[in-house]
Design a protein around this ligand. Structure first.
Ligand code: G6P
Length: 473
């Protein structure tokens, strides 16, 4: 097998299996921001991407799609249950999102996590060229940096953590807390979304492993000396170009008008767009809105709330339960308040192509991002990028990474239902001039700090790490 200078390792490959014009199965590059950000780098330096093709028991040879070299890692049905649905999404995910749902600790899940992380690490280690670079992504693969280092001490290793890192009081619950920290410290550079995430991680390293921490640098003792690891915030962003271009297209604008029309031309449209996940605060948002409707503060003839909740992790119990709760409250609200021509809430448990999402963003007067905890929240940035006329209001939870940057949003604590109701009313009633003032500042920030700025700053930190000699004692 030919080797690559630059290897990305992520749980999922950046492709979807779709049907071609003659019904044959083909791989299409998924429109995610990460691929968009890394594609130029991958092409310029001869890159490869290691990841799971998204289905159990699918054994595939390395292949190319959209000019990308892809190296599939197979997972058995049992590994999907224990590593992906279990340890990644029912242990780490809830624990790292401040235990909004109770994390499950199972020793068999941990063993599956170690086994699968090793498989990813071996695939990366055999794909990377001498002295090359490996960039590992996200909480599913926290042990991979240390495993790659053991197999290939010659390569430079980066790790980026897309979700929050919890405060020590919570992190300490994890039965395998020290192993996970050591796994991450295999990297030369560890990137987090917020400064807070980086400092929680550094505090855990200091307290649990007793390594020396100075500023953003950790000194890791090795057999033959020490190694310095940089751990700091590199807030991720979106590829703004396709959003701006789509928002300028007459057919997308016509589709936005058609959406408004089909909702009965309400004066205001509120919008929520999330994966159906308990971290997103969808229940809190519906509760606040339902109270405003019940009180008569909002009238369904004037206002409609559109909630897109794309299906996610549907076999994990807490997701099954959340879906039932949301659908019960949507059904109740609509049953009580819908009229023949107007609906209180239009709920869509579906995913949509990017064109339709941009039309929805253009149709929405108010965007509601009320996550209880969120690493970044790219939906908030997507909404802002599409608002070329500088109109529209973003209501943004202070518990998102985006809140550190998007200071001119209407900020909310989603646990405070009265505060959330006030924020919704502030947004609904905001004068156009104030919308413009805020949106201009928000757009400036998002357009300047796009995903290319993010990947460049991470990769330059990684290059600096590469040039630093290791000290020996
Ligand atoms: C979050 C995580 C990603 C993950 C995505 C979708 O954004 O940070 O790593 O890929 O959710 O979740 P899924 O379980 O479908 O991959």
């Amino acid at each position: 097998m030919t080797v690559a200078e630059f290897v990305v390792v992520a749980n999922r490959l950046p492709v979807d299996r779709v049907h071609g014009p003659d019904g044959e199965e083909i791989w299409r590059t998924s429109p995610g921001g990460l691929v968009a950000a890394l594609e130029p780098v991958m092409h310029s330096v001869d890159g490869a991407w290691v990841g799971w093709p998204g289905q159990a028991d699918l054994e595939l040879e390395p292949f190319e799609a959209g000019g990308l070299r892809l190296i599939p890692v197979a997972l058995s049905e049992e590994e999907v249950e224990e590593y992906y649905e279990g340890f990644a999404n029912d242990t780490i995910w809830p624990l790292y999102h401040d235990v909004i749902a109770p994390p499950q600790y199972h020793r068999e899940w941990w063993e599956a996590y170690v086994t699968v992380n090793r498989r990813f690490a071996e695939a990366a280690a055999s794909a990377v060229a001498q002295g090359g670079t490996v960039w590992v992504h996200d909480y599913q693969l926290q042990l991979v940096p240390e495993m790659v280092r053991a197999l290939r001490p010659d390569v430079t290793i980066g790790y980026f953590h897309h979700i929050p890192f919890p405060a020590h009081g919570l992190y300490a619950q994890l039965p395998w807390r020290d192993q996970v920290l050591r796994g991450l410290l295999g990297a030369d550079v560890i990137g987090f979304q917020r400064t807070q995430d980086a400092s929680y991680f550094l505090a855990a390293v200091r307290r649990r492993l007793r390594h020396e921490v100075k500023g953003s640098n950790v000194t890791v003792p090795e057999e033959d000396g020490t190694r310095t690891v940089l751990a700091k915030a590199f807030p991720i962003s979106i590829d703004t170009v396709p959003y701006i271009e789509l928002a300028a297209r007459p057919d997308i604008q016509a589709r936005a008008a058609e959406i408004r029309e089909s909702l009965g031309n309400p004066k205001k449209i509120l919008l929520g767009v999330d994966r159906l996940d308990y971290t997103k605060g969808i229940r809190h948002r519906i509760k606040a809105y339902a109270e405003l409707v019940a009180q008569g503060t909002l009238n369904v003839e004037d206002v409609t709330f559109v909630q897109v909740a794309s299906p996610s992790r549907e076999r994990v119990d807490s997701y099954v339960q959340l879906r039932d709760e949301i659908e019960l409250s949507v059904g109740r609200l609509n049953g009580d308040y819908d009229t023949m021509g107007h609906t209180a809430i239009r709920y869509l448990h579906q995913g949509f192509p990017r064109e339709e999402m941009v039309a929805l963003y253009l149709a929405a007067d108010v965007m509601l991002v009320t996550a209880l905890r969120d690493g970044m929240n790219l939906v908030a940035k997507e909404y802002v990028a599409t608002r070329r006329d500088n109109r529209g209001v973003l209501v943004l939870s202070e518990f998102t990474g985006a809140a550190d940057e998007l200071r001119q949003a209407v900020r909310v604590n989603p646990h405070d239902i009265e505060g959330l109701k006030d924020a919704i009313m502030t947004a609904v009633q905001m004068p156009s001039a104030e919308q413009g003032r805020r949106m201009r500042a928000l757009r400036k920030r998002v357009l300047e700090h796009d995903v290319n700025a993010w990947s460049s700053s991470f990769l330059s930190a990684l290059r600096a790490a590469q040039n630093k000699p290791t000290s020996s004692s």
